[in-house]
Each structure stands twice: as C-alpha cells, then as structure tokens.
Ligand binder design. Structure first.
Ligand code: HXC
Length: 265
C-alpha cells in the first residue's frame, strides 16, 4: 500500500546499515506540522497493523520531523464539524485501533507534540524526546478540550496539578520538564534523537518477542485496573512465558553463558 501522509521505513537502513527488526514510521504532512487528519490516522493505523502482522518486525518507532511530531488534530478539517458528523465519521475509531497494536511503539518527538499530537505520543508505549520538543494540550485556546485521552493519560503521566495547569492554560512543557515529570523516558540532542530511538528499539527487538508482548500488556494494564487485578494479570502473563520455547532458551543461554537465540515461540 502507498501512503500519502506517512512514510514507512522498513527495512530501516540509514547510511546503508540496517536496523534489524525495527520499522520507522514517519508522519509526513510537514506543511501543516503533521496535523492529524482523518486520512493520516487511517493510514497510520493501517501501517501499524501491517507492522504488527509482520513477524520480522519486533519494534516500531513513530516520529515526525525536526519542527513537529504533530501539532494536533487537523483544525481545518474539524472546525465546522458537528457532533453528529464526528459520530458518523467515527472520529476516534483509528485511536481505538491504535490501542490494539501488540508490538512496542516508541514515540520519538522533536518539536511540537500538541493536542492530538501529544495524545498520539502518549498512546505509544514510551516517549523519547529531542531537546527541542514541546508538549502541550492547547485545545482550551481554541474553545475545546483534549478528546483523545489527554485529560486521562497526561494526568496519569505527570500528576493532577501539572496536567490540570497544562490543560486549563494551554501552556507547553519543554523536553527537560517532560523528563523530570515522567512524561518522557529520555531526552537526546534533537539531531541524534531518531538514531537514539532506533538504538532503543533495537535493544527491545533482541528480546523474546512473546515476553515483550506480554510485558507490554501487563504494563498497560496498570492504567486500567486496581493494583490487585493488575498483579493477578502480571502473574498470569509471567506464568504464560514459561510455556514459551524462548523462556527455556533465555534461561538456558544465561546458565550456559551465551547469547540466547529467540524464535518468537
Ligand atoms: C491544521 C495546522 C495545525 C493544526 C499548525 N497548522 N497546526 N493546521 N491543524 N493542528 C498549520 C498552520 O495553520 C500553518 O498553515 C502551518 O501549519 C504552520 O503553522 P504556523 O502556525 O504558521 O507555525 P508556527 O507559527 O511555528 O506555530 C506553531 C504552533 C501553531 C504553535 C504549533 O501552529 C499552533 O498553535 N498550532 C495549533 C496547535 C493546536 O491548537 N493543536 C490542537 C488542535 S485540537 P499555513 O497554511 O498558514 O502555512 C486537537 C484535538 C484533538 O488536537 C482531539 C482528538 C483527535
């Protein structure tokens, strides 16, 4: 499939060196700071599903460009729409489908991650930022509020007071503050961000794919459930790994002091 609004880099081979098992998806509407149109979101979900279905791909990096990861939902597309339009268009269908991807997605954010752009980054499994990154939920400045999880995910990520301030004022948070607040995992110089994100993706990609999938599920469960139910879920996924060949291989390899060779089974 050819995409108009995103670019899939797989195999990802900067300078001719391939990053094994890593796909990079780039949002590509630079003229409008990667505003997340309905078509872009459909293509993104389609592409993520393609990556999810390809057993050769273990980790996905989602990025934008130097100026913007994404400056939000496409305001031009949204401005005159009615609630009924949005219900008929199923505005949030792509966002729901995004949550069903089983492989880890790293958001690599340079520049603006605003509104839906911030929500998209937070929908990924972890965020790394370039030192120019700016996160924000500025919807309040245009007469609305976050609609794709911003009030919930940002609050869980950085706590109530900081999230409330960002959402009620529309003020942005810089990369360093995002790091200190726990919104992002690491900050790198903007120029090396993508390379660093791909290095992190490669580290994840060397691990047993089934365990990675079950671990991702278990961490995400922490957002949806009580501590006890989350612990029960974790325990079940922990036991489940012991039915995988990769767990046997991983532990055997440790005891034999060699690298494990995982088969994803
Ligand atoms: C459509 C957008 C856009 C957006 C920028 N552009 N953001 N178009 N939707 N979200 C367009 C501008 O209109 C402009 O087009 C071009 O991109 C460059 O933007 P400028 O404003 O000229 O750039 P700059 O002065 O550097 O300012 C950057 C900015 C500003 C601070 C990020 O663009 C901005 O405030 N954007 C809107 C941010 C926002 O409100 N996001 C939340 C959207 S609501 P032209 O044609 O003039 O060159 C939302 C709800 C989510 O996300 C709900 C769930 C899906």
């Amino acid at each position: 499939m050819t995409y108009q609004n995103i670019i899939l880099h797989y195999p990802y081979s900067p300078l001719g060196i391939t990053a094994p098992h890593v796909a990079v998806i780039q949002l590509n509407r630079p003229k409008v700071l990667n505003a997340l149109s309905t078509d872009l979101m459909k293509e993104l979900v389609n592409c993520l599903n393609t990556c999810d279905d390809n057993p050769e791909i273990h980790t996905i990096v989602l990025t934008g460009n130097d100026k913007a990861f994404a400056a939000g939902a496409d305001i031009a597309e949204m401005a005159t729409s009615t609630p009924i339009d949005q219900i008929i268009e199923q505005r949030f269908k792509s966002w729901t489908l995004l949550g069903m991807i089983s492989k880890p997605i790293i958001a690599a954010v340079n520049g603006f991650a605003l509104g839906g752009g911030c929500e998209l980054a937070m929908s990924c499994d972890l965020i790394v930022a370039g030192d120019t990154a700016k996160f924000g939920q500025p919807e309040i400045k245009i007469g609305t509020l976050p609609g794709a999880g911003g009030t919930q995910r940002l609050t869980r990520a950085i706590g109530k007071s900081k999230a409330m301030w960002m959402i009620l004022s529309g003020e942005m948070m810089d990369a360093q503050s995002a790091l200190e607040s726990g919104l992002v995992a690491k900050v790198f110089p903007a120029e090396t961000l993508l390379a660093e994100a791909v290095e992190m993706a490669k580290i994840i990609a060397t691990k047993a794919p089934v365990a990675i999938r079950l671990a991702k599920e278990a961490v995400n469960k922490a957002f949806e459930t009580s501590l006890k139910d989350g612990m029960d879920f974790e325990r079940r996924n922990f036991f489940l790994t012991f039915s995988s060949a990769d767990q046997k291989e991983g532990m055997r390899a440790f005891l034999e002091k060699r690298e494990a060779i995982y088969k994803g089974k």
